[in-house]
Design a binder for this molecule. Structure first.
Ligand code: FAD
Ligand code: SF4
Length: 316
């Protein structure tokens, strides 16, 4: 690991200003992703700005009946919150499907959204990777693609986003609240937050340099049966090959979002009108335009079957 300096931010704006002014600086929250990347020298910040002491760890109701989740709320606390379990069950289930109890005790809401891909070539610094070293090439294309994207990929990158929580937030139409160095606040719809790779896979979100996430806001509850199905190689402590977040109502209408298939959580609102016609119909809409390899084509079947299982569960 490279040497770095460490400081504690005293206010969100001060944290944003520190990172905005110094290209070698990074925020650190729980550290469960960033420190691993630093040990491998994939991330090499010279300065860490710890945001852990900022008072951003509360979950509070909003005026319009939703919930505001502070950026520093731990994944364990969010999953266990009574209001989340009652009204946003898909979020609680997605969180509990991720990582391990110890990691969830440290991991924060903002850090989880910003965790980086688990593409094996991103971690192998002997291999070319456009995300790690822009312009270097992509070792995954033509390589081992079993875990990689089947939707929204580009000629530069076929990585997937690894967060379970983000899939549930996409389903629930969450909004990401931020503050910039000059004090400007922004509300970014989650649909616009994570980017597809295009020609710049190193740019993963809509955040500007130094922009600090302060909270994630959920709209008022939408009812229905909430489910999160994660299909993976091991029953625990493994990232999704495919995951399905769903909210299904009694008349068969509802919402579906997929994880493990693209560079961002994958939801196609226009296809959700097909929900009452069953898993095959909604899958065709959701997976339209998929590009697969011989190694990862199974993800399409897996997604359809996992959606089918969610529909059966909702009817039971
Ligand atoms: C072994 C292992 C297994 C895992 N399995 C899963 C899994 O199955 N599913 C899953 O979803 N996740 C999994 N994870 C990932 C885990 O959920 C993330 O590491 C964690 O959520 C990151 O949160 P953190 O607070 O520790 O982030 P950090 O590591 O502190 O930060 C991550 C990134 O976010 C930035 N950041 C942090 N806070 C802010 C902020 N407020 N504003 C702007 N930028 C910020 C940092 O600069 C950094 O770039 C796993 C991790 C490990 C190590
Ligand atoms: S798929 Fe993306 S993250 Fe993986 S090697 Fe290619 S450029 Fe890097």
């Amino acid at each position: 690991m490279r040497a770095f300096t460490y400081e504690r931010a005293r206010s969100p704006r001060e944290a944003a200003a520190a990172v905005a002014a110094d290209p070698t600086a990074r925020f650190i929250a729980g550290g469960t992703n960033l420190l691993d990347l630093m040990k491998l020298e994939i991330e090499t910040p010279a300065r860490l700005v710890d945001v852990g002491g900022l008072k951003l760890d509360q979950i509070a109701p909003t005026r319009d009946g939703g919930l505001r989740i502070g950026a520093l709320v731990r994944n364990t606390d969010l999953a266990a919150d009574k209001r989340v379990r009652k009204d946003y069950g898909v979020l609680s289930r997605a969180l509990l499907a991720g990582a391990s109890g110890q990691l969830r005790n440290k991991a924060t809401t903002a850090g989880n959204l910003l965790q980086r891909t688990r593409c094996p070539y991103f971690y192998d610094t002997n291999m070319p990777c456009n995300k790690r070293s822009p312009g270097a090439g992509c070792a995954a294309i033509g390589g081992f693609t079993r875990s990689l994207a089947v939707l929204g990929a580009s000629e530069a990158c076929i990585a997937t986003h690894p967060s379970d929580m983000a899939v549930a937030l996409r389903l629930l139409d969450a909004t990401v609240e931020t503050v910039a160095a000059d004090g400007t606040e922004r509300s970014i719809p989650i649909a616009d937050f994570h980017r597809l790779p295009g020609e710049t896979p190193q740019v993963e979100t809509a955040l500007a340099r130094g922009e600090l996430i302060t909270a994630v806001t959920l709209p008022k509850p939408i009812g229905g049966v909430h489910a999160y199905r994660k299909v993976r190689d091991r029953a625990s402590y493994a990232f999704a090959l495919v995951s399905v977040a769903s909210v299904i109502h009694k008349d068969g209408s509802g919402r579906v979002a997929l994880g493990g298939v693209a560079h961002r959580p994958w939801r196609v609102e226009a296809a959700e009108g097909l929900m009452p016609r069953g898993a095959k119909a909604i899958s065709e809409g959701l997976l339209a335009g998929a590009r697969t390899t011989a190694q990862n084509a199974f993800k399409l079947t897996l997604a359809q079957r996992a959606i089918g299982a969610a529909i059966i569960e909702a009817r039971a």
